[in-house]
Design a protein around this ligand. Structure first.
Ligand SMILES: NC(=O)c1ccc[n+]([C@@H]2O[C@H](COP(=O)([O-])OP(=O)(O)OC[C@H]3O[C@@H](n4cnc5c(N)ncnc54)[C@H](OP(=O)(O)O)[C@@H]3O)[C@@H](O)[C@H]2O)c1
Length: 350
């Protein structure tokens, strides 16, 4: 089997280091290029020394500029800051690189798939529309907060229909990148504002849960009201979700629906796919970021749902959901998407 060479743009950041962890020893993908900005010219191990202990295999790779001429890869992952991503990703597309991007730059473009592999693998068909204009293509993955929300809503939508969603979030500091929020602002504190986050959670979740119809995505119609806060946890975004459903819901049944939920990654047994995309805890005081964020067969790739209960009527549901923002919410969802692209034959072109 041909090995796919992969480059990681923004490899020295909070999310970038998680790609490296997932990709060293990967059965199909091999890291060929690592890019940065301030760290250009350093060895990778030195560049990320204060963020994470990384595998020996990548310690000595030199960090380079995100310049297509310096990147030798069949696929690039983009974990760039959103302010620079649009220009840099466009340049890589022009040079014929397929891209899987976790940045917001192209997520909401009509012809760009926004993918959570368990939910909407069919949206990858949009690649054919992109390929009418050029040889390369871009696939995006969502904002870290939208990932946990959308995954937990998908089985509810399919089984009961959704009228309305209200979500309040408690988001970890690593979601703000490195070095992120100044310690004085976040230690012993909560900041009830994250720029553009509430809009992204709502619009991206509706695109992911939308239906592809004759080459166009019809976004889900129900309202999603989000309130987002930064809290002093390290990894794992916790979300308190309230859902009004079209049909009445029985709590035992919906728990079973969550537990049985599977998607194409599980059917295809993709290397990064967790056995259970949704784990439900019965413990009354869980999920907790510190205790539960690495649950499951592929640590960081399952979301954990708990405190599933009714609101004031049988067509309302309340629960907490926890997802690892840098793994399931960033590097993990991107690598899983790339694995899906690989098995579907989209990475044979370069
Ligand atoms: N952190 C998360 O949990 C998370 C989750 C989902 C999505 N995302 C998205 O992923 C992207 C990266 O997030 P992050 O948290 O990893 O950010 P970060 O920690 O700030 O890392 C940014 C990376 O981009 C590089 N970079 C910075 N400025 C650059 C420039 N002008 N040109 C080229 N490269 C540049 C940095 O290199 P140097 O270190 O060498 O300067 C570093 O490798 C963002 O778009 C973010 O919204 C993050």
């Amino acid at each position: 089997m041909k090995t796919i060479k992969v480059g990681i743009l923004g490899s020295t950041g909070m999310a970038g280091v998680e790609y490296v962890d997932l990709l060293v020893g990967h059965p199909w993908f091999k890291i060929s290029t690592l890019t940065g900005k301030k760290n250009v010219g350093k060895k990778y191990g030195e560049a990320v020394r204060t963020i994470k202990n990384i595998p020996k295999e990548v310690e000595d790779i030199e960090v380079v500029e995100p310049d297509p001429k310096q990147v030798d890869a069949d696929l690039v992952f983009s974990s760039l800051p959103s302010e620079v991503a649009r220009e840099v990703e466009a340049k890589f597309l022009e040079h014929g690189f397929p891209i899987v991007s976790e940045t917001s730059a192209f997520r909401m473009e009509p012809n760009v798939p926004l993918i959570i592999p368990e939910i909407n693998p069919d949206h990858l068909e949009l690649i054919e529309i992109q390929k009418k204009d050029r040889d390369s293509f871009i696939v995006t993955t969502p904002n870290c907060t939208a990932v946990g929300l959308a995954l937990s809503l998908k089985p509810i939508l399919d089984n009961y229909g959704i009228e309305k969603v209200v979500v309040s979030t408690y988001q970890a500091v690593t979601g703000a990148g490195f070095p992120g929020v100044p310690s004085y602002l976040i230690l012993g504190n909560i900041i009830p504002y994250i720029k553009k986050e509430e809009e992204k959670v709502s619009s991206e979740t509706k695109k992911i849960l939308g239906r592809l119809d004759r080459g166009k995505i019809e976004h889900a119609k129900f309202p999603i009201e989000a309130s987002c806060a930064r809290v002093p946890t390290i990894d794992g975004h916790l979300e308190a979700v309230y859902v009004e459903t079209e049909k009445n819901v029985k709590i035992d049944e919906v728990i079973e629906v969550f537990r049985r939920f599977r998607g194409e990654p599980q059917e295809l047994n993709l290397p990064t796919a967790p056995r259970d995309p949704i784990i439900v805890t019965d413990l009354e005081d869980r999920p907790q970021p510190r205790l539960d964020v690495m649950s499951g067969t592929k640590p960081g790739m399952s979301i954990v749902v708990g405190r599933v209960r009714h609101g004031e009527s049988n067509n309302t549901l309340k629960y907490f959901v926890l997802s690892h923002n840098r793994i399931r919410g960033a590097a993990g969802v991107a690598v899983l998407t790339a694995e899906l692209l690989f098995v579907k034959g989209y990475l044979e072109g370069r």
